[in-house]
Ligand binder design. Structure first.
Ligand SMILES: [Zn+2]
Length: 398
């Protein structure tokens, strides 16, 4: 009797955070593409994630990226940016459990994307572009912090549009007698900007276990503002699904004037309460930049010249300098903030009269201790949170 071999791609592409569809399969070689809507251009597409089933032979996985760089889709129109396909060979990772990621070194650029050579394996493995932060890690982080209620207070602050709980963390849990003021740090307004989640994960744990010095300051953290996108992937992120009727803008960081989204409302309430009766000194908002002709996407935002009083602008520039000394990202002070803009940094300025800056972390370039460019990694992203806290403390203690 003749044995029958099935020739199906060893890919399991359906799970909440997945982002990949099979385009083509022939023996030993699968071609895939991100499965976001066709309107998402290649210079606005930053992620891909799939699960590869056990396979007995080496497998070639080709990832083809969207080729066009213009779009009608609101929130993705940045025609001056470079197509992300160019950097894919640097940032493809492999994981057995969505926690530990290993960079795939056998990765080669193709005209439309990247070709990866995968070794045989007898357990399923995940292949990702970038370093996805598993939703379960956030649950573990909050559990870790709840067990340290003498050091911090984990507060439910509201619910997402899809009904998921949002959390803020306050250090110390009770109002101390001595407090020089409040620092605010938040992350993940935008889907796939994982660096901030790793940075705040490490910062939140460090402030709780004492490995990060709090100084005489209070700290208010929201590690993840966009819990729907973290849990549900792009299919539950507003940027991809905004209807224009039900949704106001599709982008949390354009909602700090209108407050149309419950996530933004909850965060604003939490920060107002945390800052009551003490000065909010400084806020940082972690994002990830794009692949631009000018930079790696790493930057710290500052006010556009002439939009605030000279004294405040100088102070902000001085902080930027201190920040770049402490935190190994590209030292680009990006003049983009205006007091009247609908983003978080501008809201903090309007509401509290305090400096607030967007930290843009590169999606493909990290820096080692000698400030040499090197591949991104989880430890690199994690290091940014405690180092940013060090910059805040050092600047405001002076
Ligand atoms: Zn962002």
């Amino acid at each position: 009797m003749q044995s029958v071999e099935f020739h199906a791609a060893p890919i399991e592409a359906v799970f909440p955070q997945s982002c990949g569809r099979v385009v083509n399969f022939r023996a030993g070689e699968v071609t895939m593409a991100p499965d976001t809507p066709d309107a998402v251009p290649g210079n606005g597409q930053y992620h891909f994630l799939t699960r590869v089933q056990p396979h007995r032979d080496r497998l070639t996985l080709i990832i083809e990226w969207p080729q066009r760089n213009t779009t009608d889709l609101q929130g993705f129109y940045y025609p001056g940016n470079r197509n992300f396909a160019e950097v894919l060979p640097q940032i493809c990772f492999l994981s057995g459990d969505l926690r530990k990621w290993r960079r795939i070194e056998d990765a080669h650029g193709t005209p439309r994307g990247v070709r990866l050579e995968l070794e045989p394996c007898d357990e399923p493995v995940y292949v990702g572009v970038g370093l996805p932060y598993a939703a379960e890690r956030l649950v573990e982080l909050l559990d870790f912090l709840r067990a340290r209620d003498e050091d911090c207070a984990v507060r439910p602050i509201g619910f997402s549009r899809k009904g998921r709980a949002l959390h803020g963390i306050l250090y110390p849990p009770e109002r101390p007698e001595r407090c020089r003021g409040l620092f605010v740090v938040q992350a993940y307004q935008h889907h796939s900007e994982w660096a901030g989640l790793y940075a705040l994960d490490a910062l939140a744990r460090g402030l709780a276990d004492g490995s990060v010095d709090r100084g005489d300051f209070a700290w208010a953290l929201i590690p993840c503002l966009n819990v729907d996108a973290l849990a549900g992937g792009w299919r539950e992120d507003l940027m991809y699904t905004a209807t224009g009727e039900e949704d106001k803008c599709g982008n949390f960081n354009r909602d700090w004037l209108a407050f149309g989204y419950p996530e933004v409302q909850a965060a604003a309430r939490f920060y107002r309460e945390a800052a009551a009766g003490r000065p909010l000194l400084h806020a940082l908002d972690f994002h990830m930049g794009w692949h631009s002709p000018e930079s790696s996407g790493g930057a710290l935002s500052v006010f556009v010249e002439g939009t605030v009083a000279a004294e405040a602008a100088e102070r902000e520039r001085a902080f930027a300098q201190r920040f770049f000394e402490c935190v190994p990202i590209e030292s680009y002070a990006w003049p983009v903030t205006r007091p009247d803009r609908p983003n978080f940094a501008s809201w903090v300025w309007r509401e509290f009269g305090a400096l607030a800056q967007t930290v843009e972390v590169s999606r493909f370039m990290a820096f080692d201790a000698q400030r040499q460019a090197c591949p991104i990694s989880r430890p690199y992203f994690e290091s940014l949170g405690p180092l940013a806290a060090q910059a805040l403390r050092a600047f405001h203690e002076d």
